[in-house]
Design a protein around this ligand. Structure first.
Ligand code: AR6
Length: 529
């Protein structure tokens, strides 16, 4: 028989720099700055509830800040018995979300009272099915009679909690927003009750594919379209994860902070000429990013609309991570569509659920207790970087120089030491990643491994690469990695050889079956005269 694949190859994990550990962190003292919006008052008083900053609600309505449902700008004209009265939408929300819920369908008149457009029972069939058929009678009763009123109370907390206008993280900006976990809970409760108006880019109408992701949960509550019926289970499982989250917020109000950073850079390495040697790489087919990436910068295989299909039927790496750590979902409220030179880093999002399965078999496996320690700012030391790969139609395209550069620069902006408040001084932590862009986005993992390794090397970070169960891939990647390190190959060498593969192999042979693979071409080149 064949020799079994070892659990890991390459460099031992203990040799990698994994320094997102509080004792190693040297963070500046917490405070607002031109590029840092701090939603809580400093100094933090240990053991005391975090206070919002400023103390009174500041109602701003413009193109630079999140349009909140509590804004007095949102008005509704009511017609009763021929009389017209003008009320704020917030009054309607306050008067309708808090009610004596007897059944899950009671959420329909609540939301319908302030929703823009029609809201009816047909729009909550997925939620109703989940509560009535997927939960035990006890859980179902608890959700309707206890958790729903609690979420409603978080909704109306918004203007006394998020008092400072929340800046929109627009394309081109380098900016961090830090919230308390309680503030995030109030935002997510509002999303659950579908209270948010749409966020508008000034020019969103003119440029398709721009603008903001939606954050209201209405798409999660409905049943999937008929041809996606299989996905209805996955929506139910995602709802259960969200319920775990609100349940924990109710039980033990978490007292930490979460930071959301948008990073946009314009200076990138000269990849073709780089003399940089390769970083250390640990390659394993065991485990996954969220369970095994402790102390590392963990990659979110993102959509340019952050969160991707988390509030719809999507159920792959990004969507799963976003329901395990629902505070990630709040990024959708203020993160404009990502450009190729941009990434988002989220520091401190807590995990609230376990899961099993993947895609159509995804199942919420109950509550998760997050034991990741907190940094001096009170953030869980879990740092997640959202980078969106390019979605390839034809496989050949990804070897074109233009696309090599697209993916290298995208990984680099996520991995580099930013001039922001989230990367502490001192050594940089390893990146924990895997088959980025190689599932829904149809990239080739052998290529993406090299591109991410090159980006890590230029950024000065080690890399932990998880092949997600693929033992054969671990062996192939590790063999190539060891070969390249043995040859003292530089980042520039690898860039040039991939470009050569495109020009000499891809362009010259249309028969995909017959032409040599990237790795056999690389071995031949490096061994050649
Ligand atoms: N840890 C490590 N590897 C994983 C994990 C995990 N938890 N989950 C999946 N993989 P995919 P993409 C591996 O398809 O191609 C979403 O809708 C597994 O081998 O999620 O970049 C986003 O919002 C899987 O096949 O990433 C985007 O719209 C591979 O990683 C889009 O998908 C790729 O996972 C991004 O698609």
């Amino acid at each position: 028989g064949s020799v079994p694949t070892p659990d890991w190859s390459g460099v031992a994990l203990s040799q990698l720099t994994r320094c997102l550990i509080p004792s190693d962190l040297r963070l500046p003292s917490l405070g607002p700055a031109a590029d840092h919006t701090l939603m809580v008052a400093v100094p933090l008083v240990p053991g005391k509830e975090l206070a919002p900053s400023p103390s009174l609600y500041n109602d701003v309505w413009d193109f630079d800040h999140v349009r909140l449902p509590s804004s007095s700008r949102l008005r509704r004209t009511l017609h009763t018995n021929g009389d017209e009265t003008v009320v704020t939408r917030w009054e309607l929300i306050q008067n309708n979300v808090l009610r004596n819920y007897q059944s899950i369908t009671d959420i329909v008149p609540a939301i319908a009272s302030y929703y823009t457009g029609i809201f009816n029972t047909a729009m909550v069939t997925g939620l109703v099915k989940t509560v009535k058929e997927e939960l035990t009678p006890q859980q179902s009763h608890f959700f309707v009679s206890t958790l729903l009123p609690f979420i409603a109370s978080l909704v109306i907390e918004l203007p006394s909690s998020c008092t400072q206008p929340i800046p929109l993280l627009k394309s081109g900006m380098n900016h961090t927003i830090t919230f308390s976990q309680r503030q995030v809970a109030s935002l997510l409760a509002n999303a659950f009750f579908c209270t948010f108006p749409a966020q508008k880019s000034v020019d969103a109408e003119r440029e398709p594919g721009t603008g903001y992701p939606f954050i209201n949960f209405d798409w999660l509550f409905c049943s999937p379209r008929a041809w996606r019926e299989k996905r209805s289970q996955c929506k139910s499982e995602k709802l259960k994860c969200i319920m775990n989250y609100f349940c924990r917020i109710r039980d033990s109000n978490p007292i930490g902070l979460v930071s959301y950073t948008r990073r946009s850079i314009i200076l990138f390495p000269e990849w073709a000429d780089s003399q940089t040697l390769l970083s250390k790489a640990h390659i394993t087919h065991k485990g996954n990013i969220e369970d095994d990436g402790a102390g590392c910068l963990q990659v979110d295989f993102a959509n340019k609309m952050i969160g991707g299909g988390v509030l719809q039927e999507g159920c792959v790496q990004e969507e799963i991570r976003f329901v395990l750590n629902p505070e990630l979902i709040a990024s959708r409220l203020f993160t404009e569509c990502l450009l190729p030179n941009e990434a988002v880093i989220i520091t401190g999002a807590e995990r609230f659920s376990d899961y099993s399965g993947y895609g159509d078999t995804f199942t919420c496996a109950g509550p998760h207790v997050d034991n990741v320690p907190r940094d001096t700012w009170g953030r869980r030391m879990t740092q997640i970087v959202a980078i969106d790969a390019y979605k390839f139609g034809k496989t050949e395209t990804q070897y074109q120089q233009e696309f090599l550069l697209r993916e290298l620069n995208k990984a680099y902006v996520g991995f580099c030491r930013g001039a922001d408040h989230v990367t502490p001084d001192g050594p940089l932590s390893a990146v924990c990643t895997g088959n980025w862009g190689c599932g829904a986005f149809r990239g080739e993992p052998r290529l993406k491994f090299l591109l991410q390794l090159m980006a890590c090397s230029e950024a000065g970070r080690d890399m932990m690469y998880v092949t997600f169960g693929d033992a054969r891939l671990q062996e192939e990647l590790a063999a190539m990695y060891e070969h390249l390190v043995g040859m003292n190959a530089t980042v520039g060498d690898i860039f040039r050889i991939i470009s050569l593969y495109h020009d000499d192999v891809i362009m010259k042979s249309s028969n995909r079956k017959k032409r040599s693979s990237l790795y056999s071409f690389m071995y031949a080149c490096f061994n050649g005269p």
